[in-house]
Write a protein that binds this ligand. Structure first.
Ligand SMILES: *Cc1c(COP(=O)(O)O)cnc(C)c1O
Length: 418
């Protein structure tokens, strides 16, 4: 790859020099990217493969692409220094106004919001906690109540504060779990199980004077979720900045009660003796997060859904005629990634390739395409999938990419049906 690229670069330079004499160089061929106002293409320089994201807002795939207005705001913010704390405060106040909550903090992603929000709950009663989290907790309350089915990988971000989880399954256990060490009740918004619903969860915690956190990181659209849970009474709610909202990948929103957001800010950088010191969001990304909220609020749920359906239908139309192949469009039945996905099924006796192998083929091809990772999985991400289902996540595709995905799928599947 690298050899090919540098050879191509050398060829372009050589042809440009040749054409320069004839006055054709400037637009006739791709000019050396170093001279382009957009800057040098460092993916190319580093030999990093650019991909088509037919998966979704997955962290490992860099999640989302910022809309042009957000990219421009980021680039503009990069040109001028400001005072970081002033920017954090102003951005939080602006976002709180737009999202109808008391207060907000731009965090280094939703995982950081989990850590800072937990630290806030621990410091609410005891300011010295700020300097002692996560190692010196003898004097500090640190129990977090959670439903057993709401335990997940991301709760490591809560444990980063030195907390201890108290797991409950029934309402009776929940009621009995509160004690003088309880600091927070945690809820995973997109959980598939759990006997206790959101409103009940909040009601019981508040009856014990304990704040409730709802992790809704991947749970927009619908847009109104940005205020649904704070309005429901959750004291803290987080969303990833770089998923559906399409802000910077290392930004997120912590929304909630004034007192707790202020405590979260005290546990955050620029203060150095805090658990949040390593969770810095640079001025560019703070501004990018605000701009992304502005952009997202110009969208509509119906408009987004129609656009994603159109893309899915366009791919499905180009797969017509492949023996036994059937496509459907489905939304997950959990709160996360609630957008239309394209599901493709066929008889593996007739089209002799597994969905997993199709995913590998598209990854290996040029351009390299990533299909949704629930491909070939049973009930992946709340979608009605099985071992014989290919899943195309269409919502992060860029203009025209659905046709490339359709062409590659058609090539690979037709060949396997031959
Ligand atoms: C993605 C995700 C996170 C982490 O979000 P980041 O913004 O990448 O830090 C946390 N919780 C859930 C449920 C998520 O889906």
């Amino acid at each position: 790859m690298r050899v090919f690229r540098s050879t191509r670069r050398a060829f372009l330079n050589w042809t440009n020099r040749l054409l320069a004499g004839s006055g054709l160089a400037a637009g006739a061929l791709a000019a050396d990217s170093r001279q382009e106002p957009e800057g040098e293409d460092y993916y190319e320089k580093l030999g990093v493969t650019k991909i088509i994201n037919a998966a979704g807002t997955y962290t490992a795939l860099t999640a989302s692409i910022m809309p042009a207005s957000v990219q421009a705001a980021v680039a503009r913010a990069a040109k001028t220094p400001v005072r970081l704390a002033e920017l954090q405060t102003a951005a939080g106040e602006y976002i709180a106004r737009r999202l109808h909550c008391e207060a907000a903090l731009v965090t280094d992603g939703a995982a950081s919001a989990l850590t800072l929000g937990t630290a806030a709950c621990m410091t609410r009663a005891n300011r010295t906690a700020i300097h002692n989290i996560p190692t010196d907790l003898a004097e500090i309350r640190n129990e977090v109540i959670v439903q057993k089915s709401h335990r997940y990988d991301y709760d490591h971000a809560i444990r980063n504060c030195g907390t201890r989880f108290v797991e409950v399954e029934t309402m009776k256990q929940y009621e009995a779990a509160f004690n003088e060490r309880t600091v927070m009740a945690h809820f995973f918004n997109a959980a598939e199980g759990g006997a206790i619903g959101r409103e009940e969860w909040v009601r019981v915690a508040h009856a014990h004077g304990v704040p409730c956190f709802n992790d809704a990181a991947a749970d927009v659209p619908p847009i109104a979720n940005l205020w649904n849970y704070t309005e429901m009474g959750f004291d803290l709610v987080t969303f990833s900045g770089g998923k559906g909202i399409r802000g910077p990948q290392n930004a997120g929103l912590l929304l909630g009660k004034k007192e707790l957001i202020a405590a979260a800010a005290m546990n955050n950088n620029p203060f150095s003796d805090t658990v949040g010191r390593g969770m810095k969001v640079a001025k560019e990304q703070i501004v990018g997060m605000v701009a992304a909220v502005d952009w997202f609020l110009t969208q509509s749920d119906a408009g987004m859904e129609a656009e994603f359906r159109k893309r899915a239908e366009r791919i499905a139309a180009q797969l017509k005629g492949i023996p036994t192949l059937k496509s459907t469009i489905a939304l997950p039945d959990v709160a996360a990634n609630a957008v239309p996905h394209l599901l493709i099924r066929y008889d593996p006796q007739r089209v002799k390739i597994t969905p997993e192998a199709v995913m590998q083929e598209l990854r290996r091809g040029s351009p390299s395409i990533e299909l949704n990772p629930t491909t070939g999985k049973v009930r992946g991400g709340g979608l009605p999938t099985d071992e014989n289902t290919i899943v195309v996540g269409v919502w992060m595709l860029q203009a025209g990419e659905e046709d490339i995905v359709a062409r590659r799928l058609r090539e690979v599947l037709s060949q396997a049906a031959a």
